[in-house]
Design a binder for this molecule. Sequence first.
Ligand code: HPA
Length: 246
Amino acid sequence: MSELAIIGGTGLTKFDGLEITHRQMLSTPYGETSSPIIHGTYCGKSVAFLARHGARHTIPPHKINYRANLWGLKEIGIKTILAVAAVGGIHPNMRPTELIIPHQLIDYTHSREHTFFAEELTHVTHIDFTNPYCDSLRSQLLTAAQQFDFKVHPQGVYGATQGPRLETAAEIDRLEKDGCDIVGMTGMPEAALARELELCYATCAVVANPAAGRGAAQITMADIEANLKQGIENVRQLLAEVIPLI
Ligand code: HPA
């Protein structure tokens, strides 16, 4: 059985190269996962894959059943999750198609089911979230990244926004003042739920566009898609290198 899962985001709804053994529909106490879990082997290693936005990319960030996704993965024995997520670049050095392995995050989301510690409690639990990402998986990603020509930024602060609209320029100015380097819509509550379940979780972020007010006047879906084409190709190369290390 796989102990490693990849959660694919925008641009990565299918995991090419995965030699699929079976698909598994999962129903959890929180509902169904976004898509069936695809089991297979990749570079000789057992891997499970979950498309965060659904197999046909129809679930927007604020409608994703994050609790079902994380609970389902834990239930089938997953211990490590590598999450792939498209982001906007706020830091001037974080350019479209480049990758970032964030080390911190700030949560600006709201109205999402964001914890497992809400119902039928016998006691109140506060998880430690000082460092929201799993150190060992981050190190493996950074080791694997060393040999590539494309840029993999070894750290960054991820700002998680509610979406599905993109931000205003003033909102991005505020995020920048807060210390955010990149902005995305799916990083939370995913990371916190993984920590609540004691899973090792790290993110590989791929820059789809300069954030609002940081590039061309308007951000178009066509630009995002064009950048992600190359960016996700970079992600695939990194996955091929890191998965055997995990
Ligand atoms: N903002 C938020 N989420 C995103 C962006 C953005 O600019 N690009 C890709 N996901």
